[in-house]
Design a protein around this ligand. Structure first.
Ligand code: WT7
Length: 645
């Protein structure tokens, strides 16, 4: 029988006794404490951090505005670095592997030195002050983690941009955040090729009006003279040999902003999600230890890029706050061959692996011979994040990577939630493939009907119904949007996902119910892609929908209306695809484009995406009587029958 057709009870996979016995969280008392006295529970978690000044009130909740650990003072960098100098200064903090196989590692003491050195120069050379915004656009190298921590140390608000984003996306984010400095590198490696990061920043800054400097790290050591500007650019290399002094960790109010991270929403403009210091760090430290069962001797590998929230919380802040040894890899999973991840696990004796379902589905397609060729026996826990994991992929991960010996944590959360919200803790309950499980102790998640009623079992909309420490505090520069997007549907936080809950309380997250796509675990707004397409000369209108994709979960299909004078040439489809990839980033490249004279619209002029979706999936179209132009449906259908499924 296929795992996809098993019932909920048949699906349950119990956890190995050997894991349960050694787990960090062993008994239900932890859960009970959290539900009996939530605030006290969170105070206990906050007390796991080092505070410069104790808070005097746990929570001030004026829906939708939360303040946690009021008047407490702390520094995130101090909590990730300084606190470990006492007994872990010679422990490896980060072990890095480059795509070409080069390896470097730094101890907590070395991390302290390098973070302080950079923090010193940020202050003395660039005059960066507490509250200033610093954009970071870097490859996955040690200096990226160091840059993030150096900003945190001096109280600068970092805004990390994923290295795959285009110059246009970068300039939008620099302008929106009014960053005064961009930290970048000459370039990075990806699948045997190089990414021209400095060149891209150079292009981006052409459309930034305000004064913005750059600090450039040398990684490729290539010639970047054509994009170099002496008035604007500073090379970090010569600064490395200059004198520096340790910089005191800036006392940050618990509610001072730690970072902004841009993510896609339902409008064309990405939103800068705000996270503050005390609450975010509390949850990062606690959830990493609880979910990944992190121990002192683990080698922990989160494959996400620091440009996404997963990289912020579970590559940098959470593991380092726990004094872990983390692995950081710059490169592709299939370079030089498709066994690269397994070789890394073998070589570094990785014990905990956290990756995305889209990667697992790609590994499945590549076949079991790749992982079979390596010793993966050091692994003891596996995690997934970013999108629903289909039971078949879960089963493959469990058998072929975990050797049926590692529990899997399927973790549901979002950029906005700051950390993991829903995840079955395998030491407390069996896992169910495809179900993220229960809310973490301290978190209250409910499935609501469209009217806002609690659904005991069945389907509905996922809502977080009590405030939590690492919740977003707003959208940078747009408080109204914050209220509208998350708090107007119900009087609790609405996440934008649909979900079901079974009679044992396991939550299965189905995916977005708004116009946000999830392509290979990356969030992209349909409007963002549509406005990029419309910027292409000769395009009059565009509508974008998500279609099913075996590996990426979803892919983008666009329906495009050309202007009268525009001819449908042979290269037009690929030109538009390249244009979108160029204006947002390769992750936004449409898979198919269908040219059509009109889009199906209601009489009031609204595009009927439901119909476009059905058309794209070659499904029968239901009722079209509400359309102003029902005849367009058959026209599009006949066009689509020519595109591949
Ligand atoms: C959206 C958030 C959280 C880090 C990575 C993505 C989807 C995330 C799961 C999961 C089902 C998931 C949701 C969510 N999602 N994790 N375990 N099961 N769906 O962060 O870019 O903010 O995207 O990713 O749809 O709303 P993000």
């Amino acid at each position: 029988m296929s795992i996809e057709t098993l019932s909920d009870q048949e699906l349950a996979v119990s956890t190995q006794d050997s894991f349960i016995e050694q787990a960090n969280i062993k008994d239900q008392a932890f859960f009970q404490k959290a539900s009996q006295n939530r605030l006290e529970f969170w105070e206990d978690r906050a007390n796991e951090l080092s505070w410069q000044t104790q808070w005097d009130q746990v929570l001030n909740w004026q829906r939708p505005y939360a303040q946690w650990f009021i008047n407490g003072k702390l520094n995130a960098c101090e909590n990730c670095v300084d606190i470990h100098l006492k007994d872990k200064k010679n422990k490896i903090a980060i072990r890095w592997e480059g795509e070409d196989g080069s390896i470097s590692e730094i101890t907590y003491q070395e991390l302290y030195d390098r973070v302080n050195q950079l923090a010193f120069h940020l202050k003395s050379t660039f005059n960066v002050k507490k509250g200033d915004r610093v954009t970071i656009y870097m490859p996955m190298i040690l200096d990226l983690a160091i840059a993030v921590l150096a900003c945190a140390r001096i109280g600068a608000i970092h805004s990390v941009i994923f290295g795959g984003f285009s110059s246009q996306s970068i300039s939008d984010r620099i302008v929106d955040s009014e960053s005064s400095l961009v930290i970048t590198a000459d370039g990075g490696y990806r699948r045997g090729a190089t990414l021209p990061l400095h060149q891209t920043v150079h292009e981006a800054l052409k459309s930034v009006q305000h004064h913005c400097k750059t600090l450039v790290f040398r990684h490729l050591n290539n010639d970047i003279s054509s994009s170099w500007n002496d008035d604007r650019d500073t090379d970090y290399e010569p600064l490395r040999s200059q004198n520096w002094e340790p910089v005191n960790p800036e006392p940050m109010d618990s509610e001072d902003i730690l970072f902004i991270l841009y993510t896609s929403g339902t409008t064309g403009k990405p939103k800068g999600i705000i996270h503050t210091t005390g609450g975010y760090m509390t949850h990062a430290k606690y959830s990493t230890r609880a979910v990944f069962d992190l121990k002192d001797n683990d080698i922990y590998w989160c494959t996400a890029d620091v440009g996404w929230i997963t990289g912020h919380t579970y590559l940098i802040y959470g593991p380092l706050a726990n004094g872990a040894t983390i692995l950081m890899y710059e490169g592709a999973p299939d370079f030089p061959d498709k066994g690269r991840f397994w070789k890394i696990i073998q070589d570094h004796k990785v014990t905990i692996l956290y990756t995305a379902p889209t990667a697992i589905r790609a590994f499945m397609k590549w076949g079991v011979d790749y992982p079979k060729g390596y010793d993966l026996s050091t692994l003891r826990l596996l995690g997934t994040v970013g999108e629903p994991i289909n039971p078949e992929a879960w089963d493959w991960y469990f058998k072929h990577i975990g050797g049926e010996n590692c529990p899997i944590v399927d973790t549901w959360w979002q950029t906005e939630t700051g950390g993991i919200m829903i995840c079955n803790l395998p030491s407390l309950a069996p896992s169910k493939p495809g179900r993220a499980g229960h809310a973490l102790p301290g978190i209250q998640a409910d499935i609501l009907s469209p009217e806002g009623q609690n659904v005991e079992t069945g389907g509905g909309l996922l809502s977080l119904t009590e405030p939590w420490p690492s919740m977003l505090r707003g959208i940078w520069g747009d408080p109204k949007r914050f209220e509208d997007v998350y708090w107007s549907r119900f009087d609790t936080y609405f996440a934008g996902d649909g979900a079901t809950i079974d009679n044992e309380g396991y939550i299965k997250v189905l995916g977005r119910v708004d116009d946000v796509l999830n392509v290979a675990g990356h969030r992209i707004g349909t409007m963002e892609v549509e406005s990029a397409i419309v910027d292409f000369e000769g395009v009059a209108e565009a509508a974008v929908v998500g279609i099913h994709d075996d590996i990426k979960g979803q892919a983008i299909q666009a329906f495009v209306i050309l202007k009268e004078e525009m001819k449908e040439t042979e290269t037009l489809e690929s030109d538009i695809k390249a244009f979108v990839a160029n204006s947002i980033g390769p992750i936004a490249r449409p898979k198919h484009i269908v040219f059509t004279p009109e889009l199906p619209k209601t009489r009031s002029g609204k595009i009927m995406r439901r119909i476009l979706k059905q058309l794209a999936h070659h499904e029968p179209i239901g009722d079209t009587t509400t359309l102003a132009n029902p005849e367009i449906v058959t026209q599009i259908q006949s066009k689509i029958s020519n595109t591949s499924k």
